[in-house]
Design a protein around this ligand. Structure first.
Ligand code: MG
Length: 168
């Protein structure tokens, strides 16, 4: 096998959190002005949680709940960037680099388009890749279901990772 061949994997991440009043809304590590925020043990950042799961999934390294149990008080109120950075470090240790990331945020409100560029840059920065390799999409729930009725937000993410092929 040629030494410069690459091995590719994809990973899928998903997360849902409930919206409640009086809590900051943290999405993709940005604090977004809104009357409601996501309820959770950490900062409840669905984007970074889904990203962590997508990274771990691509490398066949389990999931966020196994690494950072929500029964563990050290993660109470934690910035979710810790989860992404830890997952990245685990991947890097196995020779993986992130190729690209595609993010879908499901939120009825607020309008997320003004925050997309900043979020793309924040994710690229966390993953140490070019912003050209990160895409953010936002969808409403068309006023139906938990997202559409404003009870929750969801996020889905696909990542591709790559590394030089290893001899088999
Ligand atoms: Mg979560």
């Amino acid at each position: 096998m040629a030494g410069n061949d690459l091995e590719f994997r994809v990973g899928l991440g998903h997360d849902t959190h409930r919206l409640v009043p009086g809590v900051p809304l943290v999405l993709g590590s940005l604090v977004i002005p809104y009357d409601f925020g996501l309820l959770g043990h950490s900062d409840a950042d669905i984007v970074l949680h889904a990203l962590t799961d997508a990274l771990l999934g691509a490398a066949a390294m389990g999931d966020i709940g196994e690494l950072f149990p929500d029964t563990d008080s050290q993660w109470a109120g934690a910035p979710s960037s810790i989860f992404v950075t830890t997952a990245c470090n685990k991947l890097t240790a196995e020779g993986w680099r992130v190729g690209n990331v595609d993010v879908v945020i499901h939120a009825e409100k607020p309008k997320l388009s003004p925050f997309k560029t900043k979020m793309k840059n924040a994710l690229a920065n966390l993953l140490e890749i070019s912003p050209d390799c990160v895409n953010i999409k936002a969808k409403t729930g068309e006023k139906v279901g938990t997202v559409g009725l404003g009870d929750a937000m969801e996020c889905q993410i696909v990542v591709m990772i790559q590394r030089p092929s290893r001899p088999t």
